[in-house]
Design a protein around this ligand. Structure first.
Ligand SMILES: Cc1ncc(C[n+]2csc(CCOP(=O)(O)OP(=O)(O)O)c2C)c(N)n1
Ligand code: SF4
Ligand SMILES: [Mg+2]
Length: 277
């Protein structure tokens, strides 16, 4: 009998245990990113930009070149990497404390410049690594170690909606918010990550994917309760969906685009998106 392998570890993911808590979304988000790297055949020229946060050890998990950035600066580092080496495939991976708080300046200016980078953003509504402090994405009324009585909108402001905000920049080619709470949502998240890869491969500008995932440990919930919290609370404040897709229509997952160097002139197809070159 011939046994056909239908499921396995992506080549771009190392065969090592991660340090993530059971039920954390980082592992699934890593896998989806690695699947996209494999699918588009960019592993040999991929560079991952790691944040400060629970995913700081990204270099241990991805079998691609990686560079560590100072807290919040992943997209600034990615900009330098891509501009100096336009043939590289550059992806950043950041949490909400990193991308939307200390790194907000770098984030919005990278979006505004239309850098052709792929940005993976994990919104778990807290600073996970440092003990569950309030993030810009913490929900109104949510108790954290720095908002023990619950986030007060009058005092701390409202949650920042990154996917919506990123969609307003001419330099952003793709912006979508997805979640990981069931297999259907994971498949949608996979498609979104692939689309954000295509934005870079078509040299269209920034591809941005916001992934809602629970920080089970700081929520002090079991993984199943935490997923329920994502459905009932997190998705209510952060609606899922595509907020911008300015890629050429004929580009899709089933039709992989060739690597950027082979696509001279591809930028002319990219709708209203501004280009750094
Ligand atoms: C300049 C600087 N300030 C503060 C810190 C401490 N610090 C490390 S990770 C982090 C927040 C991480 O939260 P987030 O980006 O949401 O990632 P998560 O752990 O939730 O995935 C902070 C404040 C640091 N490393 N560097
Ligand atoms: S502390 Fe939270 S974000 Fe960090 S690994 Fe654990 S569940 Fe994930
Ligand atoms: Mg976080």
């Amino acid at each position: 009998m011939t046994v056909k392998k239908v499921f396995g570890r992506p080549e771009s993911l190392c065969d090592v245990p991660t340090l993530y808590c059971g039920g954390c979304g980082h592992g699934v988000a890593h896998r989806l990113t690695a699947e996209a790297i494999d699918h588009f055949g960019v592993r040999s020229r991929a560079v991952g930009i790691a944040p400060a946060g629970c995913s700081v050890l990204l270099y241990k998990y991805f079998d691609v070149d990686t560079i560590e950035s100072a807290h919040g600066r992943a997209l600034a580092v990615g900009t330098g990497m891509k501009r100096a080496n336009p043939d590289l495939f550059v992806f950043s991976y950041q949490g909400d404390g990193d991308l939307a708080s200390i790194g907000m300046c770098e984030t919005i200016h990278t979006a505004n410049r239309g850098e052709s980078i792929t940005a993976i953003f994990i919104n778990n509504a807290v600073y996970g690594m440092t003990g569950g402090q309030m993030a810009p994405t913490t929900l109104p009324g949510q108790r954290t170690t720095t908002t023990p009585a619950g986030r007060c909108v009058e005092r701390e402001g409202a949650p920042i909606k990154m996917a919506e905000m990123m969609a307003t920049f001419d330099g952003v080619a793709y912006s979508e918010r997805v979640a990981l709470y069931d297999p259907r949502q994971i498949r949608r998240a996979r498609k979104a990550v692939f689309r954000a890869f295509e934005a870079q491969l078509n040299n269209c500008g920034l591809g941005f994917v916001e992934i809602l995932a629970p920080c089970v440990t700081n929520l002090k919930m079991t993984p199943d309760k935490a997923q329920q919290w994502v459905v009932e609370e997190l998705c209510a404040t952060f609606p899922l969906g595509v907020y911008k897709d300015a890629l050429p229509k004929e580009t899709n997952e089933s039709k992989p685009v060739p690597a950027a160097p082979e696509r001279a002139g591809a930028t002319a197809e990219c709708g209203s998106v501004a280009h750094a070159d």
